[in-house]
Design a protein around this ligand. Structure first.
Ligand SMILES: Cc1cc2nc3c(=O)[nH]c(=O)nc-3n(C[C@H](O)[C@H](O)[C@H](O)COP(=O)(O)OP(=O)(O)OC[C@H]3O[C@@H](n4cnc5c(N)ncnc54)[C@H](O)[C@@H]3O)c2cc1C
Length: 405
């Protein structure tokens, strides 16, 4: 049997490596075990290869959980500005893209190299690929069995992430270990995921695949697991359905069988660029064609599709009855469709659900009933909005855990 560690961390991704680096630099003897050939694949592919590593405005309001208060302590102790300082220390150039989202100028690989350098500073032992065969607790010591023997530790940190993108090694291992120790796990569900449709209403829009525009989107309801949402973001029409930031955000709140609601003019109106009432009532528009009026605030292809749906294509506005104008306005400002489903784990960016936060201490991420057993990162029932919040949770939960180790 080998020497005893202060902490064994299973999963060398965002949360695991960050936690390891901090704990190692606090003088702890840390071992990281990961089953992947290449570490941090999710960081590498994140943000289109540029890693949206945090968000300037990350706050508890950006997270979904059965207990939305749970993130408060960890986020307060390790806010986004702390991670930004670290990124600056490594002279990684970055920029703000949209609503506080920070991306590397060059490559997500720089964040991976930074995490590995932090681990090296803390003399962390990182081993991969290693299959963990079993985990047990014997007389207060955590025993991790791998093909090369048993490693013992005072603390065990589960950081194997969520189920999205199984092709790059995602597993339910942390959830399985949680269940092994009798912890409650909230049903996992794909989130930040494109939605698919079978609805007839969608048929004439499928031809518009590739079109992207800002919309206001609403999904969910008060009674849902995570409540309701409303976002002003870009929506992308694809040949499989709807995608883009607006739909990814809405997907986290959407429950099967429910409709989502799109106000195609809402985001532009929210910017104060025009008033929807004015557009529909302005006398100057009387001699214009319906589709051309709509095209003043949306792409012509989409304007034509809406006009066609209401049999108003090619009609002058003066010839359109009040009732038909109202019906067109209702279609455009409250377009409601029932998604058939999501595109599943292959296309999801994150997981909803995971280890129930009631089982964990929010200050340390340690389980309440198993001293020394921690869960951090995506395997916990905390899911961020799109925009760097999920990595911020990985850093913050990893930091809280490292302080406790
Ligand atoms: C395509 C894509 C793009 C994304 N872009 C962003 C973004 O720009 N900004 C953002 O904030 N979030 C983004 N995310 C989400 C973000 O990647 C995750 O929330 C984050 O990586 C979670 O960190 P983690 O450490 O919990 O899990 P991970 O980073 O997934 O790490 C888990 C580690 O555990 C290992 N592991 C899994 N199972 C086992 C096992 N059985 N034994 C041993 N090791 C195991 C894996 O190999 C992996 O190294 C994106 C996700 C995807 C899929």
């Amino acid at each position: 049997m080998s020497k005893a560690w202060d902490a064994i961390i299973i999963g060398g991704g965002a949360a695991g490596l960050f936690c390891a680096g901090v704990a190692g630099q606090l003088g702890k003897k840390v071992l990281v075990l990961d089953h992947a050939d290449i570490l941090c694949e999710k960081i590498r592919i994140s943000g289109g290869g540029r890693c949206n590593f945090t968000n300037l405005h990350s706050s508890p309001a950006n997270f979904l959980s059965l207990n939305p208060h749970f993130v408060k302590s960890a986020l307060a102790r390790y806010p986004s500005k702390e991670f930004i300082k670290l990124v600056q220390t490594y002279r990684i150039a970055y920029h703000e893209k949209h609503q506080g989202q920070l991306f590397c100028d060059d490559s997500a690989k720089q964040i991976i190299e930074m995490l590995l350098a932090e681990c090296a500073k803390g003399h962390v032992d990182i081993r991969h690929p290693v299959e963990v065969e079993s985990i047990s607790n014997e007389a207060g010591s955590w025993h991790v069995k791998t093909h090369s023997g048993i490693e013992r530790s005072r603390s065990l940190v589960m950081a194997t992430g969520g189920l999205p993108v199984p092709a790059i090694g995602a597993t339910a291992f942390s959830l399985d270990i949680a269940k092994q120790f009798g912890l409650k796990v909230i049903d996992p569900r794909p989130a930040l995921v494109p939605l698919s449709f079978t609805s007839g209403e969608f048929d004439n829009l499928i031809e518009l695949s590739g079109l992207s525009l800002p919309v206001r989107i609403a999904a969910g309801s008060k009674g849902n697991r995570y409540g309701a949402c409303r976002f002003n973001e870009d929506l992308l029409l694809t040949h499989k359905g709807l995608s883009g930031p607006a739909v990814l955000q809405a997907s986290s709140y959407w429950a099967e069988g429910e409709e989502i609601h799109v106000d195609w003019l809402g985001a532009v109106e929210a910017n104060g660029q025009f008033s929807c009432d004015e557009l529909f009532n302005h006398e100057d528009n009387r001699l214009k064609l319906t589709e051309n009026i709509l095209a003043s605030v949306m792409p012509l292809r989409l304007a034509k599709a809406f006009a066609e749906q209401k049999n108003l294509l090619g009609k002058k506005w003066a010839e359109v009855s009040k009732k038909d104008r109202q019906s067109l306005k209702e279609l455009i400002t409250n377009w409601s469709v029932k998604p058939a489903g999501t595109l599943g784990w292959k296309k999801a960016e994150v997981m909803l659900g995971g280890v129930d936060t009631k089982e964990l201490d929010g200050q340390t991420m340690m389980t309440r009933n198993h001293p020394g057993l921690y869960f951090i990162g995506e395997c916990v029932d905390i899911t961020g909005h799109l925009g760097g919040h999920n990595f911020q949770w990985a850093w913050a939960s990893g930091f809280a855990c490292a302080q406790s180790i």
